[in-house]
Design a protein around this ligand. Structure first.
Ligand code: UDP
Ligand code: MG
Length: 248
């Protein structure tokens, strides 16, 4: 993966928060207020990279205003067209300058107040993933995620409770050199674990969507996610794990 050439010791932020945004105009001011409070309390330099995934509401103007008036740590990356959450994450990772990445949704369902405990867990792990143990979504969403999580665990035997949760904190190395594909954001913990990193989970606070609407539903997720699952199954089977016995 291409990385930012300008990153060097002592320069730039320690933490890059990457947030995909697709039509989240009403959530953004609240999110920035919450995030600013949390980031101010961290002993780290940080940047907040909003990746605007082709929003057609007022999200772009609101982001520009928040950057100017609320928090200069904000950077705004605008994708040419709506490309999906995975693409938005990858664009963000490529532009991010920190040594640690945090990812979360823009719709206020993830609580930025969880970020410090994620960062503390990095003492033992390279990537820490959120687990929405008490998920606040309509029952059909909860049920479909429950079934798909169970099926994924059965097929991949990866042991993760909730890989559909995008709230994660990890060292940038975890995603450097990783195969990136549309849909990969749902398999990131599995892929990073397969690549040999230590991946853990923390229970996170989950909140109801306050504004706007969910972009993903069973119809637009089911078949794509199933195809991706078998793709990841294949990739794990064929992953090259060479152990060098010696060199003379
Ligand atoms: N999102 C995006 N591009 C899309 C769809 C969603 O960047 O094509 C963003 C969205 O704005 C939100 C996050 O991805 O910040 C998760 O989307 P959503 O809340 O709709 O998914 P859910 O939580 O319902 O799975
Ligand atoms: Mg959501």
């Amino acid at each position: 993966m291409a990385t930012d050439a300008g990153r060097s010791a002592g320069e730039g932020p320690d933490l890059s928060v990457v947030i995909p945004v697709y039509n989240e105009q009403d959530s953004l001011p609240v999110l920035v207020e919450e995030l600013t409070r949390v980031l101010d309390g961290l002993e780290m330099r940080s940047e907040v990279l909003f990746v605007d995934d082709g929003s057609v509401d007022s999200s772009p103007e609101i982001l520009r205003r928040l950057k100017k008036e609320r928090d200069p740590r904000i950077r705004i990356l605008t994708l040419a067209r709506n490309s999906g959450q995975s693409t938005a994450f990858v664009a963000g990772f490529r532009a991010a300058r920190g040594g640690i990445f945090a990812t979360l949704d823009a719709d206020l369902q993830n609580d930025p107040a969880d970020i410090p405990s994620f960062i503390a867990s990095l003492r033992d792990y390279d990537m820490v993933c959120g687990w929405r143990k008490n998920r606040r979504d309509p029952w059909l969403r909860r049920f479909s995620t429950h079934v798909s999580n169970g099926f994924r665990r059965f097929v991949l035997k990866d042991g993760f409770h909730d890989t559909a949760c995008s709230f994660r904190v990890f060292r940038r190395e975890c995603v450097e050199g990783l195969v990136m594909f549309d849909g990969m954001h749902r398999f990131l913990p599995t892929l990073v674990k397969t690549a040999g990193y230590r991946v853990g989970e923390v229970v996170v606070n989950h909140r109801e969507r306050r504004y706007g609407e969910a972009k993903y539903n069973i119809r637009n997720r089911l078949f794509k996610t199933l195809a991706d699952l078998f793709g990841v199954f294949w990739l794990r089977k064929r992953w090259i794990r060479c152990r060098i016995k010696g060199e003379e």
